[in-house]
Unconditional design. Sequence first.
Length: 267
Amino acid sequence: MVMASLDKETIVWITGASSGIGEALAKAWSAEGARVVLSSRKQNELERVKSACACPEKCHIVLLDLADPDSLDAAAKTVLETFGHVDVLVNNGGISQRSLVSETPMEIDRKIMQVDYFGGVQLAKAVLPSMIERKKGHFVAISSIVGVFGFPYRSAYSAAKHAMHGFYETLRAENSSHGIKVTVVCPGRILTQVSLHALRADGKEYGIMDHAQKNGISAEDCARRIMKAVRKGKKETYVCRKDVLMVYFRRYIPALYYILVGKVKPN
């Protein structure tokens, strides 16, 4: 389903829609006339995003918590019973990390894997049968450039993003004959609050805006690039500036990548 000409009844479900990339995507799809389902844990922020959308009357709030599997089942049931299907599922919600492997307890690893990987997988599996039945559907998985290489202070986050690539590439391979498309998005430094809410080893929020994050691509520009990739039916796309060089160093000059990544500091 290439989105060149958007059906005005297209159902787009976005997780993590209360801020950052998710908010920007919600506004962009709403401007194109889609019915947008806004999901996160934050009712007040979702209401703010809804009111800021071009067609707020076509935006619908469904609360969920990616850390709570029961809430995901309930949300999927609500969406499918309300609309009958989902045309585009944007698995964007997630949480980052700022802690060393040696200092991070397993409960933090498990929480990040649940929020960043298992939560999205659960929602994907919930809507997939209706997509197969209708012979169309598009998954947009918001990964990261650290989903294609390891990076200090991001062990669980990077692992969850790596897992996303494996899952969605397999989903695509198994279901392309059913008209199902998958676009995996790998953002680099985007100006959002992701570093502020990243988890430390003690489970508390990092609370610091990374310097590179502060000077990153705007969420709105990121959303435009994602929308373009979805329209073209791209299988994978990178939304980066110079940070994309690490992807190519890892792929083509691994010795240089290993030298550079070993010099990374927390901020």
